[in-house]
Write a protein that binds this ligand. Structure first.
Ligand SMILES: *Cc1c(COP(=O)(O)O)cnc(C)c1O
Length: 396
């Protein structure tokens, strides 16, 4: 039988069976609009309240600090646009990094065109923002720092707690400044504690943690003012208009509860699988570079650049053998531009184009990794034989 191995869990994950079960009643018999006064409405309202507690619990927030959105992209838009529009009078400078997800990067690029100034901090060859750079970038007119908790392509964990501490100190000295972190990849993989990070805003997406696509949340610390982006309804305490997606919100809540329960066990198991994979790949395949500081990554991501290889070619070759991986982020694949994240590491063109992300999920097994270890070296050898640069260096 043809084997399929899904190693693209950072792009999306399957819906967990328990999550699916938790969602079903709200599609059929419990279908009310949560804004309605009657029984049906109250039933839907109760489901949203429950989910709000479950989401809050996972990130150590209060339920009334959770705003449900249509996903991570909307959470990032609401965080950044909402914050700067509400606080324009304090300044028009934003600090972010060169390796943010497009849902932060492109919002910042758009704001640059509309009169805001943005500093994109480098990450050097280890893929990590340096706290000193953050400190040096702050100006009189800086109102927002947006740095992700962990990167979606290489998995590097950013110094968000240090940034949070620094921002708090600035606030204590009377500065008007806020801190947003895109925690979409980190949540459910490593402990994410909004209080410990000390951020004002934090984005989450449901479909990266075994719930459906199209739902997510923004954590908004109590007292932080946002300018509403979705106007036309009074839902989410005036912060996000639109009838709530009750079934998906209920599913998201359940997924957060499961993530909290299983986090430590899943993380340890996936790290072990990932490390076994990396150790053996390093032995079996020559001319490769691991991307992102290996000791400071999410447990489930491995990003490797293979010399003399086009990442896209390898992806297609692996797909023909049932293995699903990605080059760069899903959002930039389809174009042959090398990933901006890998470029930010200072990799040459060849290495940037030869990068592949393997991202494990809770359904992956040791057999999956063994299959990958059997297929990958052969696939690379075959592709390298076709590469003019490879044969040239081999005959040297
Ligand atoms: C997937 C992802 C997003 C976008 O979330 P959606 O729910 O797909 O809109 C944002 N940031 C990061 C880091 C992501 O991995």
């Amino acid at each position: 039988m043809f084997r399929r191995v899904y190693l693209d869990n950072s792009a999306t994950t399957p819906v967990d069976k328990e999550v699916f079960e938790a969602m079903l009643p709200f599609l059929t018999e419990k279908f009310g609009n949560a804004s309605s006064i009657h029984f049906f409405g109250q039933e839907a309202r109760a489901a949203i309240d429950k989910a709000r507690h479950q989401v809050a619990e996972l990130i150590n927030a209060r339920p009334n600090e959770i705003v449900f959105t249509s996903g991570g992209t909307e959470a990032n838009n609401l965080a950044i646009r909402g914050l700067i529009e509400a606080n324009e009078k304090y300044g028009k400078h934003i600090i972010t990094s060169e390796i943010e997800h497009s849902a932060v990067r492109e919002v910042c690029l758009d704001l640059e065109k509309r009169g805001w100034e943005v500093t994109f901090l480098p990450v050097y060859d280890d893929g990590i923002v340096k706290i000193e750079d953050v400190k040096n970038a702050v100006r009189e007119d800086t109102i927002l720092i947006s740095i992700m908790t962990a990167n979606n392509e290489i998995g590097t964990i950013q110094p968000v707690e240090e940034i949070g501490r620094f921002v708090r100190e600035l606030k204590e000295n009377g500065k008007k400044i806020w801190f947003h972190t895109d925690a979409v990849q980190a949540v459910g993989k490593i402990p994410v504690d909004a209080e410990e990070i000390g951020c004002d805003l934090l984005s989450i997406s449901a479909h990266k943690i075994y719930a459906p696509k199209g739902v997510g949340a923004l954590y908004v610390r109590r007292g932080v003012r946002l300018h509403k982006q979705n106007i036309g309804g009074h839902q989410e305490r005036e912060r996000r208009g639109g009838t709530e997606n009750v079934p998906y919100i209920a599913a998201f809540g359940k997924a957060c509860e499961l993530a909290k329960e299983n986090l430590a066990g899943d993380a340890a198991r996936l790290a072990e699988l990932r490390n076994k994979f990396e150790n053996e790949v390093g032995e079996k395949i020559s001319d490769l570079v691991f991307n992102g500081k290996r000791e400071r990554r999410l447990p489930n991501i491995s990003n490797i650049s293979f010399r003399f290889i086009e990442g896209e070619g390898l992806l297609i070759n692996l797909d023909m053998q049932g293995i699903a991986v990605s080059t760069g982020s899903a959002c930039s694949s389809g174009s042959l531009e090398p990933s901006p994240v890998i470029r930010s590491l200072g990799r040459d063109d060849e290495l940037a184009r030869g990068a592949i992300r393997f991202s494990l999920g809770k359904e992956n097994t040791a057999e999956d990794v063994e299959y990958l270890l059997e297929i990958l070296p052969k696939a690379i050898e075959n592709l390298r034989k076709l590469s003019p640069t490879y044969s040239k260096q081999a005959t040297k």
